[in-house]
Design a protein around this ligand. Structure first.
Ligand code: ATP
Ligand code: MN
Length: 520
């Protein structure tokens, strides 16, 4: 009897152990795939796993910059000012002092950053690179091969292809569209004017998104308006629980284009009739979630993991709804994208920090790991850091590239719904990649200097660019002001990097001199 019972127990234990082992292995494989960017069955290490930090390490230029900047903004009272906005804080908001309270009183004199301009215009010194050439990188475009998707896929763009299809097939290895592009406006006009044929909810992702289908197989990704322009990120929301803003998607596309990155798909605003243009043409699953609110507005909530219930419904006014429409990424055969985990990914945990937040040598480790050890990828992450800092986007957990172009291609600037949430706050941690690597493309620095010194500032250019959008004004004014302020902060960050490097260079040459002195 005892023998049987013990055997059963053993069997049960063995079974339990086996099941746990299988589950654990499965989890590990899934996690590893995200970590290593799996492509056509080959494992290509993309970057280190997110490691959580234990000890606070306060060294490094990133932490120094952080401290300096905080000290500065405290000394001047506050860099933030009062917003008297009814939407900002509802009566039930018990968040305490999450928001600004003082008006800026003094403006410092305009610093033209002439020291940085000198470096951008200096010719590249091939024989004897200067110390700053390790920080401000001038790229060679001599062996410039830049095939299009059509060329890679051996496809001809037919004359009766839609503007979107032409656009998609003209995407190149280096950018989504060229500086002299003529298709972006046409793609946008189609998304604004063409009738909507069919609507389904996009699967995956955390918040609601709809796939809009127009005639001729044209598609767009729709994000609906939830709040008025003046609504800021709720003080008690983390970046990963922040609501998405359709205006941020639109503004991010304009900024990406203005900065000359051309890595974001075209996005436009459009007003919809929620009844005739969504409810009557949507699939059954979405249709089931439609209802009329007590205020007699037409609403729906869809199905998703965040904010898809009656209390977070998307409502028309009474049936007019505003939203953003992003041109669809290529869906042709062999245009798959590779998903990479961002090395400076946040922890997505409300109490833990990621390793980069406390390790001042984090970049040295990233620099050694493919694909960051060669070609353009690390420079692209620096651009992304600049871009995200400007828009205040903390939600950059992954990024995507087109598989067919290999590793020496651009990361697509995707998913900016959580940008433009806190116009009175500059989130320096978004600049951590740039500050920890002390690295920037010369062309990006040049653009920043131009936007800083004029003739037109970034906010002026953005205001102008956004003014043609059907739902203009797209951004609340404080967001535009923030852009100009943040350009100045990035330039200061680059200057601090250069200053530190020049000090190190000077120390090095002093040592050498001292050494030589002994011989003289
Ligand atoms: N313009 C587009 N065309 C086609 N697919 C897109 C487009 N933009 C984004 N996607 C795809 O949809 C996915 C989800 O989009 P997005 O990241 O904007 O939504 P999200 O809800 O914020 O997702 P998550 O919560 O995972 O961050 C993206 O990872 C991308 O693969
Ligand atoms: Mn997202």
């Amino acid at each position: 009897m005892y023998w049987i019972r013990s055997k059963k127990l053993k069997e049960r234990l063995a079974l339990g152990f086996g099941a746990t082992l299988v589950l654990f292995t499965l989890l590990l494989v899934i996690d590893l795939q995200m970590d290593l960017g799996v492509s056509r069955g080959e494992f290509i290490p993309s970057h280190a796993r997110i490691r959580f930090a234990n000890d606070e390490d306060k060294g490094g230029i990133y932490n120094e910059f952080h401290r300096k900047y905080l000290a500065k903004s405290n000394a001047s009272g506050s860099k933030e000012y009062l917003t008297t906005n009814a939407h900002t804080r509802s009566r039930t908001d018990t968040s305490g002092s999450g928001y600004p309270s003082k008006q800026i009183t003094t403006t410092p004199p305009h610093d033209r950053f002439k020291d940085l301009t000198a470096m951008v215009v200096a010719p590249k010194n091939r024989r004897n690179p200067e110390y700053y050439e390790r920080i401000v990188i001038k790229e060679d475009h001599e062996d410039f091969v830049n095939p299009t998707l059509a060329e890679m896929l051996d496809l001809r763009i037919s004359n009766n292809a839609s503007n979107l299809e032409k656009f998609q097939l003209s995407i190149t290895k280096n950018e989504l569209y060229s500086k002299s592009d003529t298709l972006v406006d046409a793609v946008i006009e189609d998304m604004v004017k063409l009738p909507i044929k069919h609507v389904v909810q996009k699967e995956g992702g955390t918040q609601i998104k709809l796939i809009i289908e127009y005639p001729n197989d044209i598609h767009a990704l729709f994000k609906p308006m939830r709040f008025p322009r003046e609504q800021q990120t709720l003080p008690n929301h983390f970046y990963f629980t922040d609501y998405e803003r359709h205006t941020a998607e639109i503004a991010a596309f304009h900024l990406d284009r203005l900065m000359g990155f051309r890595r974001a798909m075209p996005v436009t605003g459009r007003l919809l009739n929620i009844t005739t243009e969504i409810e009557r043409v949507c699939d059954d699953n979405l249709l089931k979630t439609f209802f009329i609110s007590p205020a007699r507005n037409k609403c729906f909530h869809g199905k998703c993991s965040y904010y898809c219930d009656t209390s977070h419904a998307i409502c028309g006014n009474p049936d007019t709804l505003e939203g953003s429409f992003a041109a669809f990424l290529p869906t042709q055969q062999d245009t798959q994208r590779k998903v990479w985990r961002h090395p400076w990914r946040r922890s997505y945990h409300k109490r833990r920090k990621a390793q980069w937040e406390t390790d001042p040598d984090y970049c040295a480790m990233v620099r050694d790991i493919p694909p960051y050890d060669e070609d353009r990828r690390l420079l692209d992450l620096m651009d992304m850091s600049v871009f995200d800092f400007l828009i205040g986007n903390m939600d950059r957990h992954h990024y995507e590239t087109f598989k067919i172009f290999g590793n020496d291609t651009f990361p697509i600037h995707l998913d900016h719904g959580r940008g433009f949430g806190r116009p009175f706050h500059d989130e320096l941690s978004i600049l951590a990649p740039l500050l920890q690597c002390c690295l920037i493309r010369s062309s990006t620095l040049e653009t920043l200097l131009l936007l800083h010194n004029g003739p037109k500032t970034l906010s002026e250019r953005m205001r102008e660019s956004l003014s043609v959008d059907p739902i203009a004004p797209v951004l609340w004014e404080p967001h535009l002001t923030a852009l100009d302020r943040r350009v100045g902060i990035i330039l200061q960050a680059v200057r601090d990097c250069l200053k530190k490097a020049s000090e190190e260079e000077f120390d090095g040459s002093q040592n050498q001199l001292g050494h030589n002195d002994n011989f003289s």
